[in-house]
Design a protein around this ligand. Structure first.
Ligand code: SRM
Ligand code: SF4
Length: 564
């Protein structure tokens, strides 16, 4: 692609980056600053890390005439969120030895992040991860990101087969550049005659980030409709018949910009398993070629599909993949949340889902979660599965180990506390102090906020209702707040927009209910709404469906009509 002055500046940076190298190598050697030059901060994302500074310390550092305390958030690529106990031990050791935060953060996309990685520790972190067979390529950047897959191998013996497809899609859509190996492993892995080329991406990669998920109904814990590309497993006669393919989901919006909106993905149709990779590639390359490269706020696939039209998008995919979509199969989802506690799987093994508040794993006073998980990893014979709701499954436990694992989980505070149903179904994004885009608190505020909302659910006798409630510090939507029955999106310190009316199974986005309100107003609103719901709800009706039926908000069936 030529360097067009109308293109967004990031396009120029990608084009001239020599397949994502830029001057990262030089920046790594420069010890006079903890930062990289601006252009390189766009490129490091493709290698899995973001430059940040501790926002709590900004003013103090400035007063001391010091540069901000730069460090990096590094995100790993873990398709479907599965890690072996050996990998877990390595992941944990890195958190302890090489990060200032000393914590692990499970993300809303089934992987983990380190916060507080100083520049000189980037290479050691990536190299140590590699020893555990984990990488951070394409964990961020304008490429296909970490792919999600329903993590619970409880119900279906074809779970492993579906999970394999998630891994294959992830591998197939990985960037091909050897820059990652060259930069972080000192060329050791790069053959002398290697010539970089990107057969799928081209040298400008995608117009914007791209996200994919694989769901196994009836569980929609991966929020498949929030993804650019989704594969919903269709199981017929106990076999994987194929996938319903969904395209064009996305959450990010900008306050006040009516051209931006969250969008639940559209269903294109059904495909056979053998067509999966062709179709995935065709969906991605259509976005590569038709996506908006001038305005990054309009560059996600959801806008491409609404700009060129669904029919045109479908026909491009069919032509590129050489397939014809069959009519979509009937699909029923029943929940977005995780199932907690022990469940016995089809194979007779036990799986323990533990609640991890906002995905933060550290040794809290009186609750040493990190240590607990290390003790479990030392003896665990199955694996760990990170969920898309920031929780963790200790999966594949044989009968004879169940009591020991449970004992350890209780000893270290992973089990034992009474967690309300509301809390189990809540999520918050990271927000302050590390996220540079946060306008309000989320992870640090959610616990005290949930405690107050719990009181209201008790007051109105709806405490057993699994209401999906999510909070983010800004409208980028990292905890998928627009897929929540009650969503709070930060506007300013202590002030949030409140959204209502998603359906509780993740197939419909919600709608703005009140703008820029503080805690007292939010609680008063919820008190009133919960009161109405407890009296007027129908059998089995979710809170989100009730507020729509009662006319409190309009149902949003198409993202582009979100503002109407
Ligand atoms: Fe996100 C940017 C954290 C899932 C939409 N997201 C960021 C950054 C990197 C801020 C930045 O650009 O400087 C945040 C880093 C915070 C920190 O300190 O760690 C950040 N996003 C996260 C995580 C860690 C939130 C969490 O609490 O778990 C999630 C990591 C997922 C992963 O493992 O890959 C995370 N982000 C999401 C999701 C949810 C999802 O993908 O299912 C979304 C909404 C879905 C979507 O993409 O449409 C999301 N993040 C964004 C956006 C808005 C994109 C857009 O289309 O407008 C940004 C900002 C941007 O890209 O410009 C963003
Ligand atoms: Fe940061 Fe906003 Fe994402 Fe929260 S939603 S992590 S505040 S970018």
């Amino acid at each position: 692609m030529s360097l067009d002055t109308e293109l967004s500046p990031v396009e120029g940076i990608k084009t001239s980056s020599n397949f994502l190298r830029g001057t990262i190598a030089e920046g790594l050697k420069d010890r006079t600053t903890g930062a990289f030059v601006d252009d390189d901060t766009q490129l490091t994302k493709f290698h899995g890390f973001y430059q940040q500074d501790d926002r709590d310390l900004r003013a103090e550092r400035k007063a001391q005439k010091l540069e901000p305390l730069y460090s990096f958030m590094l995100r790993a690529r873990v398709p479907g969120g599965v890690a072996t106990p050996q990998q877990w031990l390595a992941i944990d050791k890195i958190a302890g030895d090489l990060t200032a935060a000393g914590s692990l953060r499970l993300t809303t996309r089934q992987t983990f992040q380190y916060h507080g990685v100083y520049k000189h520790n980037l290479k050691p972190v990536i190299q140590e991860l590699d020893k555990a067979l984990i990488d951070s390529i394409a964990a961020c950047g304008d490429v296909n990101r970490n792919i999600m897959c329903n993590p619970n191998p409880v119900d279906s013996h074809i779970h492993a087969e579906v999970y394999d497809w998630a891994k294959k899609i992830s591998e197939h859509l990985l960037p091909n550049t050897k820059a990652y190996w060259e930069l972080w492993f000192d060329d050791e892995r790069v053959a002398d005659n290697h010539v970089d080329e990107e057969p799928i991406y081209g040298n400008t990669y995608l117009p914007r980030k791209f996200k994919a998920a694989v769901a196994i109904p009836p569980h929609n814990d991966v929020d498949v409709y929030a993804n650019d590309m989704g594969f919903i497993a269709i199981i017929e006669d106990g076999k994987l018949a194929g996938f319903n393919v969904t395209v064009g989901g996305g959450m990010g919006t900008t306050h006040g910009d009516v051209k931006t909106y969250p969008r639940a993905a559209s269903t294109f149709g059904f495909i056979r398993p053998q067509d999966t990779l062709k179709v995935a590639e065709a969906i991605l390359t259509t976005q590569r070629d038709f996506g908006n490269r001038k305005d990054r706020k309009q560059a996600r696939l959801k806008y491409t599909i609404d700009t060129i039209g669904i029919d045109k998008y479908i026909s491009e995919v069919e032509t590129r993949a050489g397939i014809t979509f069959e009519p979509a199969r009937e699909v029923t989802f029943t929940q977005q949340g995780d199932r907690f506690g022990w469940v016995k799987g089809f194979d007779g093994k036990w799986h323990l889902t533990v609640f991890i508040e906002s995905g933060r794993i550290k040794d809290f006073p009186g609750k040493p979660l990190r240590t607990g998980l290390v003790e479990i990893a030392k003896i665990h014979q199955g694996d760990f599965r990170m969920t898309a709701n920031q929780n963790l499954i200790i999966a594949g436990v044989p009968d004879e180990q169940k009591a020991t694992i449970e004992g350890l989980a209780r000893k270290y505070g992973l089990l034992g506390e009474t967690i309300s149903v509301l809390k189990e179904n809540s999520m918050a994004c990271v927000a302050l102090p590390t996220c540079s885009l946060a306008m309000a608190e989320a992870e640090r505020y959610l616990p005290e906020f949930v405690a107050k909302v719990e009181q209201l659910t008790l007051k109105h006798g709806i405490e057993q209702q699994p209401i999906v409630m999510r909070m983010t510090g800004c409208p980028n939507g990292c905890a998928r707040p627009f897929m929540a029955e009650i969503g709070f999106v930060g506007k300013a310190d202590g002030r949030y927009n409140m959204y209502l009316g998603a359906d509780g199974i993740g197939t419909r986005v919600n709608k703005l209910y009140k703008e820029n309100i503080d805690e007292a107003t939010i609680l008063a609103e919820l008190d009133e709404l919960f009161g109405q719901y407890s009296k007027a709800r129908e059998q089995g009706e979710t809170f989100g469906n009730y507020v729509v039926r009662a006319g409190i908000v309009k149902a949003v069936h198409e993202g582009r009509l979100w503002h109407e």
